[in-house]
Design a binder for this molecule. Sequence first.
Ligand SMILES: *Cc1c(COP(=O)(O)O)cnc(C)c1O
Length: 365
Amino acid sequence: MRVYNFSPGPSALPLPVLEKAASEMTNANGTGQSVMEMSHRSKDYKPIIEKTESVLRELMNIPANYKVLFLQGGASLQFSMIPLNLAAGDMPGKGKKTAYIDTGIWSDKAIKEGKKYAAVEVRASSKDKAYTYIPDAPAAAADDAYYHITLNNTIVGTKWDKLPDTGSVPLITDASSNILSENIDVSKFGIIYAGAQKNLGPAGVTIVIIRDDLIGNTPDWVPITLRYDTHAGEASMYNTPPCYSIYMVGLVLDWVKGLGGVDAIAKLNMEKAGLFYDYLENSKMFYSPVEKRFRSLMNIPFIMTEQDEAKKTELESRFVKEAAAAGLINLAGHRLVGGMRASIYNAMPIEGVKALINFMKKFEG
Ligand SMILES: *Cc1c(COP(=O)(O)O)cnc(C)c1O
């Protein structure tokens, strides 16, 4: 039996994608090989990476003056590559001024890493209220090298409802947990990056969508594999890319396209999240800690109304255990924030959300 998997990442993949991959496992496209066995430079593999890129460009409406890179190292490596490529000085540790907004643990990690190579200024933070809202973000200063935000905050379940005004300063965003969940106007950004393992495919590949003018100004001391110019110049083939993960992303993109593209999937996501938030609004046992206008469509933390700490802990662990026994897995909140969280990415069918709500209603008794 397939379970409903509410994991924040790596996360559930669409069943038709897994079935297609299984059917091609030992003989992909009549080549007599698995995609895993192909040389990344072969004529068999080339159409796979090219198709993945072209369908992504089509679905996200990526303008021609942007490159799409397939990198390794996760979204976390971008926390380093962004300052190294866009703000580092001629020597390590003497970088340019950059703006960051702190909206959660992932932003904080990007900030800490940025400080090693750039003069990071944190212009706003929502840490005062446990990151349950998105703070007012000031406009960029004209001499900022870039302005970094985390578009959807996976752990606390917030997302930006309105982008900051950065003028001609490149706006950079970590979209790991909401890429392809709804329309993103790529032309408003200098860089959009996302680890694949939430909404795009399995772990192992990170998508970087980068505007051409941001490539090629990296100081010489920056290592060869950490440079955007290296990867852009070789169409993500400077060294062996994560070939199989790229193939899987391609299958997920085909699936999204088959459902009608990003607009169609956004409509479904709004319906799914709407059902769940509505239930939480009316529940006596659970609530959402997040301010309404900033609520994520993808990651929905929920907390017990129970005030007695010991009783609450007992209830929470019983909830997670009984849910798992009912085929609803990975509902514990992040280890740093506690409570519960349902991650309902594109691949979570609406039936899974309904099953969770029914389970919660019964648990409430
Ligand atoms: C999961 C996640 C990351 C970390 O991704 P890795 O690929 O594990 O480095 C970074 N940012 C956000 C918003 C995430 O959800």
